[in-house]
Design a protein around this ligand. Sequence first.
Ligand SMILES: C[S@@+](CC[C@H](N)C(=O)[O-])C[C@H]1O[C@@H](n2cnc3c(N)ncnc32)[C@H](O)[C@@H]1O
Length: 279
Amino acid sequence: MAHQRRSGQRLGHQRPFGLVTRGNTAPNRLRKTDTFLAVAYPELVRHMAGLYVDLGFGAYPITSVETLHRLRRLNPDLEVMGVEIDPERVARAAPFAEPGLSFRLGGFNLPLAAGERVSVIRAFNVLRQYREAAVEAALAELAAALTEGGLILEGTSDPLGRLLTFNLYEQRGAGLDRIALVLAPTLRSDFAPRQFQAVLPKNFIHHAVPGGLIDCFFAAWHAAWQHSRARSPEPRQIFAHSALRLADHSGYALDRRLALLRRGFLVLGPSWPESALEG
Ligand SMILES: C[S@@+](CC[C@H](N)C(=O)[O-])C[C@H]1O[C@@H](n2cnc3c(N)ncnc32)[C@H](O)[C@@H]1O
């Protein structure tokens, strides 16, 4: 856990809320978050009333640039704003700015101009470097900027984006609801369900203890995956089949849409990891 130095920078009267942390990033690392939004929320992307914020873009803003270009295929008017708490990283990002893409210094209390609204916030590999106790306050700050129906994708990936996990939050009425946990491997290479335990989001990773609810979930998924693997050589089929088996045989509530499953998105309902006990 890195808490190297507090940002001493100020944005107008607002001090950015948060900590400068390691800036590791990589091309295509967050590609699956773009695919997820395009498949699961195409209408939100097409008619985005507010900004798309890439919070904590890191040492260089490749993820912000890629997201603009990918999601612009659905929405040519999309506006992406990369936000970083490290002023040097914001300065280094400036040459990457283009129409629809800007960069600002800021923290969880987003640096918005008067009247600006936010439809989607992606905070990836940011909270993993904080203490678990910081998560709630960070989310409350982010939620304050969201439009009704706006989303937060808060999660963790491995260094190259072969494994991603994220909490999906939606701004509804008076509050922010956690609506899903998404587990997404790339299906181009082989993977095993238990690999996700090392990249769970902050609110879950410290609770993945042997014999606990999270461990039991991965044991059940592993068994379903082994069963599916014995019946098909094709990674997409194995993934989709193992997910459906996990739901049908172990009682986990998940999104059964094949458009998601065949692209490698296991979308678990908000009662995870307890859901298997409820049925
Ligand atoms: C590991 S990098 C992640 C880069 C990119 N999001 C990715 O996943 O490839 C984390 C970045 O988040 C920044 N960061 C940490 N806390 C922040 C905050 N509260 N607001 C804005 N940026 C923050 C750090 O300075 C660091 O550059």
